[in-house]
Write a protein that binds this ligand. Structure first.
Ligand code: ZN
Length: 267
């Protein structure tokens, strides 16, 4: 009798905890100001920008710091900004302002073949990936894809899910203000381990194609990027660009569809 009472109590506690986790997850619902999509995220856009800016130096340090050539850095910035300008125009036309603050950085690491973005707009490409690219159009495709991850808030969505599964309602406390060194390290580690789902990658591919076309770049360069990545072989799983699902072949098929769709829009 006693035992079954204890079991019931544990069951009730378990159900209450699960309900609280669900409520906490859905209390994070926000409308994305740029896409209109309803999302579960832990941070507001200004918090995303603040946390991205605070953790950018730590993220760079983990890839050997910034690539020590100002001309290369400026090149990445100008190509990234060209794609970004088209997005900003589009956002303004739709009556919004872009809340994110974008910066494009080349990392010194020559081995890692990767590109990624912190929430809020800090975008990185490694020297390893940059050295494999053959054209400005290919670089525009890579950076456009990363801008897409920021705008669609994929990292923040992932973090909200992690908190949900852990049932940690208060895990976003770091978002409230300045982060200390340990919080920055923890945040950077989380972003580095983060793996986006197939839909997130396809969504960012589509975003990149759409705005690289508007910026006057050749979108077929994104297919070439996929081929370069496939030829470079499967890397460590933190290489989000090398992510095995969706397969490069599948991504290329979708990319071709987007090129056709958005090229027509421009005619
Ligand atoms: Zn991606």
């Amino acid at each position: 009798m006693n035992n079954s009472g204890g079991f019931k109590l544990r069951l009730i506690i378990g159900v209450v905890m699960a309900l609280m986790a669900v409520l906490s997850y859905y209390s994070k619902t926000q409308e994305n100001p740029l896409t209109g999509e309803k999302q579960q995220v832990s941070l507001s856009p200004p918090e995303e920008v603040a946390m991205g800016l605070q953790s950018a130096p730590q993220m760079a340090a983990e890839y050997g710091g910034l690539y020590p050539d100002n001309a290369i850095q400026l090149k990445a910035q100008s190509v990234g900004n060209k794609v970004l300008d088209e997005f900003n125009k589009y956002v303004l036309q739709n009556g919004h302002a872009n809340p994110y603050r974008f910066e494009f950085h080349v990392l010194r690491d020559p081995e890692t073949i990767n590109a990624f973005a912190l929430p809020g707009g800090q975008v990185f490409i490694t020297a390893g990936l940059l050295s494999k690219l053959k054209s400005e159009d290919q670089l525009a495709g890579v950076l456009g894809h990363e801008i897409g991850h920021v705008v669609y808030r994929h990292s923040s969505e992932q973090m909200a899910k992690t908190e949900f599964y852990q049932g940690l309602a208060g895990a976003a406390t770091a978002a409230a203000g300045d982060m200390n060194t340990a919080q920055i390290a923890n945040y950077v580690a989380q972003v580095k381990l983060m793996k986006f789902g197939r839909d997130d990658e396809l969504e960012s591919d589509e975003f990149g194609i759409k705005f690289m076309i508007k910026a006057g770049y050749d979108p077929n360069a994104m297919i070439e990027v996929m081929e370069i990545l496939a030829a470079a072989g499967g890397g460590a799983d933190r290489d989000e660009f090398m992510s095995t699902h969706p397969s490069p072949a599948n991504r290329i098929q979708k990319i071709k569809e987007h090129i056709e769709k958005y090229s027509k829009e421009m005619d």
